[in-house]
Write a protein that binds this ligand. Structure first.
Ligand SMILES: [Zn+2]
Length: 379
């Protein structure tokens, strides 16, 4: 969850050991200076009484080093599709794959994935916060982000409780996520579901109620276009219709509570630019009187995402990992996490308002690019 009040930290004595870099979001220039201890701010918190004043915990260089804190490293954003109530033994494909390409996953494999991420020190966060450069993960832990495309079968309803809340099949995606949420309160269970016009396939009336419940219970809903088409093949007006009609529908169902992010069907287009002005309509347009904007787009999958703070991160082509098994090759889950766990993973300093990393990781001076106005600390 995003924090609304920003606390300027005190207890920065340890920070004297470090050099700081400050970088404006607008000019992307990084300048490194060593801070004069006398200039280090004392605790400042607006709109708080003395009794409520918070003091941020800061860490020494050794603490950062021992925990391997590195917020320029990569983040796994999983791309799942549909979760089927099956065991792995019930499929004829590798591991927990339900189809030959592994786009769909058994409930057994999906639940095991979640437990593995948790045990390996990953904690969930919202994709929307990632896109905003706001990574709120406990010190020493790594973010993991879950996304689901296509909607159908991820929410399987068994009925409704007396209070109007939905009862989920225990083997659908949301049923498993809710179970894990109960078992691991510190996992911060969340996910973003990208839907088409058919939503979750339960009929519009039920899906409306479910989606309202979802956004009230820590899940996000995003745009996967109205008809699941390759936007790369379309002209500007058709793109506006596909993207705009889906936003309009989301805004009718959950006004202001969906995320302005598009998961590109088939990962198309793979690249955008000034030579392809039609793709600007993915990012802003007006369909049937409804004006929309998009702040990021997701590709189909193969590998981990860059940190949003680094030079090669591209908010129009955010990478994802396909949630499938292939015996540890061809960028399956195992291969990706082996690489992440071998020195590539983002490890948090516990403070979403600072960016901490070893100075050697930005020795070129241009790897850190987008600071989102956060304070930068190197060690
Ligand atoms: Zn899709």
């Amino acid at each position: 969850m995003k924090k609304l009040s920003k606390i300027i930290s005190a207890a920065l004595c340890a920070a004297m050991l470090f050099s700081f870099a400050s970088c404006s979001k607008d000019d992307n220039e990084t300048s490194e200076t060593t801070i004069d201890p006398s200039l280090i701010p004392t605790t400042v918190e607006t709109e708080a009484t003395a009794a409520e004043t918070s003091v941020k915990i800061t860490h020494t260089a050794d603490e950062y080093k021992n925990a391997g804190v590195n917020e320029l490293n990569s983040v796994p954003i999983l791309m799942y599709h549909r979760v089927y109530g099956m065991t792995n033994a019930e499929t004829s494909y590798t591991g927990g794959n339900v189809d030959v390409d592994g786009y769909n996953r058994t409930s057994e494999a999906f639940e095991n994935d979640l437990r593995t991420y948790y045990e390996q020190g990953y904690r969930m966060m919202r994709l929307d916060d990632f896109v905003d450069g706001y990574i709120d993960v406990e010190f020493g832990y790594s973010p993991v982000i879950l996304t689901f495309d296509d909607g159908i079968r991820d929410v399987v309803l068994e009925g409704w409780n007396a209070d109007g809340s939905p009862i989920f099949d225990s083997t659908c995606a949301i049923g498993i996520l809710e179970k894990i949420k109960g078992e691991y309160p510190d996992f911060n269970v969340t996910a973003t579901f990208f839907v088409n016009e058919s939503l979750f396939g339960n009929g519009e009336e039920d899906d409306r109620k479910v989606m309202k419940w979802m956004v009230d219970n820590g899940y996000d809903i995003g745009n996967h276009t109205r008809d699941h088409v390759k936007l790369g093949d379309l002209g500007a007006d058709e793109i506006e219709k596909q993207v705009g009609a889906m936003y309009k529908k989301l805004d009718e169902i959950i006004p202001g509570q969906y995320v302005n992010i598009v998961a590109l069907p088939f990962g198309s287009p793979e690249s955008m630019g000034p030579d392809k002005p039609q793709f600007d309509r993915i990012f802003s347009g007006t369909y049937d009187g409804f004006a929309y904007t998009t702040k990021a787009t997701l590709l189909c999958a193969w590998t981990r995402s860059y940190s949003p703070f680094v030079r090669d991160y591209n908010h129009t082509a955010i990478r994802r990992i396909r949630g499938y098994d292939n015996n540890g090759v061809d960028w399956d889950i195992q291969m990706n996490f082996e690489q992440l766990n071998n020195g590539k993973r983002y490890i948090s300093d516990g403070d979403p308002d600072t960016i901490v990393f070893p100075a050697s990781d930005n020795s070129s001076g241009d790897w850190l690019k987008n600071t989102f106005d956060h304070q930068v600390i190197t060690y």
